[in-house]
Design a protein around this ligand. Structure first.
Ligand SMILES: *Cc1c(COP(=O)(O)O)cnc(C)c1O
Length: 384
């Protein structure tokens, strides 16, 4: 059996080596390392793929979120609602901009932000909602869109984990994540579903004015050379990373399908194990049929019931099976993000999830032998 890895970037590279190498070689040959033609080409290709009007590449997914918020003109003291159960980058940039993060609880089945909790947290200072499409599944955008319209709030999608996923609204409209709110951010960190070989990120929007504003912000607030109209940042996707992404983008759907196929195999193996709760999706197709793309399984995350999750982690590691606990501590309990207004009783779901979740190896190169070994090792442990 091939060594099991959480993410097998080497195996994936083997399959696209010539394309990636040639793409990088072009950058080396023309030496336009910053803002080279690959950056523009990638931007255009991604706009087509997402069917979104503007893609603005930047240096990483955290910058992308921050720049999206700067572009919207959010001001210190404005409240921004986001999920308690996500990667810290989401809340970090809110705090950095001196906006007020307001963390709310999540849905116990999809792990995504709970619309009821959003409504409860809205005050006259609330300006935006940041849904995170956690683990690759779109948040409940139907409900979130309704709330945002009712209270005149911006929706900033954190699509770092969801690129390639779709969401179908009740009226039948189907769109890709990253194209569901006012503005969206994504990350091309190597382990993400569309990863480069370093850092990278992008901002998406259909709003021309906002796109123009953001294009200046990523480039020191310049709209005309050496005229600085606003305070900006330096956040660029470099040409070599764009070259890698150009080579990988045509494979994104194939890669996401491979993830879904592995998720289906995991689900089948765990079907009759009461201690293991497999990922639940809120759409009719259960998220992993062949024709649907509502979940792209950035992570394959189980809930462990009536068994010791931490002991399971240790047992898997002992058997050379890597795994992850995303996330072990709720954001509201992190020293940097405590707030006197939070009550523990506001976060029953997150407080429970941090004790129960475990993410198994998930990538584009998992094979049947590996999945059989992983699932057998998990099942033997929880049923012993
Ligand atoms: C990875 C990630 C980010 C940050 O992306 P970087 O490119 O590492 O800065 C933000 N939000 C979520 C949910 C992520 O998973």
């Amino acid at each position: 059996m091939k060594k099991i890895q959480m993410v097998d970037l080497k195996g994936q590279y083997e399959g696209i080596k010539n394309t990636v190498n040639n793409s990088i070689q072009e950058v080396l040959d023309n030496t336009a390392y910053i803002n080279g033609p690959q950056v523009h080409k990638f931007q255009e290709e991604l706009e087509k793929y997402l069917n979104v009007k503007h893609v603005i590449p930047c240096a990483n997914g955290t910058d992308a979120l921050q720049i999206a918020m700067m572009g919207l003109g959010l001001q210190p003291g404005d409240e921004v609602i986001t999920a308690d159960f996500t990667f810290a980058a989401t809340v970090e940039v809110i705090a950095l901009l001196q906006l007020t993060p307001v963390l709310v609880d999540v849905d116990p089945n999809t792990f995504n932000i709970d619309p009821k909790a959003i409504e409860k947290a809205i005050t006259p200072k609330t300006k935006a909602i940041v849904p995170v499409h956690l683990f690759g599944q779109a948040a409940n955008m139907e409900a979130i869109t309704t709330i945002a319209k009712k209270h005149d709030l911006f929706i900033i999608e954190d699509n770092a984990q969801g690129i390639g996923a779709s969401y179908t609204f009740a009226n039948g409209t189907k769109k890709k994540t990253g194209n569901l709110g006012h503005v969206a951010s994504t990350s091309f960190f190597p382990s993400k579903n569309l990863g480069c070989y370093g850092d990278g990120g992008a901002i998406f929007t259909n709003n021309d004015e906002l796109a123009h504003s953001i294009r200046g912000i990523v480039n020191h607030g310049m709209y005309q050379r050496y005229h600085h109209d606003v305070v900006g940042v330096n956040s660029r996707l470099d040409s070599i990373q764009a070259a890698v992404l150009l080579a990988k983008l045509p494979n994104l759907d194939t890669y996401n399908n491979a993830r879904r196929a592995s998720a289906r195999k995991y689900n089948d193996a765990f079907k009759n194990i009461p201690q293991i709760i497999t990922p639940v999706t809120h759409t009719k197709c259960e998220g992993i049929c062949d024709t649907c793309d509502c979940h792209v399984f950035h992570q394959y995350t189980l809930k462990v019931k009536d068994a010791d999750r931490d002991a399971l982690v240790a047992h898997l590691n002992k058997n050379n099976i890597p795994c992850g606990v995303y996330y072990p501590i709720p954001l509201h309990a992190q020293k940097a993000y405590t707030d006197k207004r939070y009550l523990e009783s506001d976060f029953p779901v997150t407080n429970q999830l941090v004790k129960e979740v475990i993410s198994l190896p998930m990538h584009t190169e998992l094979d049947d032998e590996q999945i059989a070994f992983i699932t057998k090792t998990v099942i033997d442990f929880v049923t012993k």
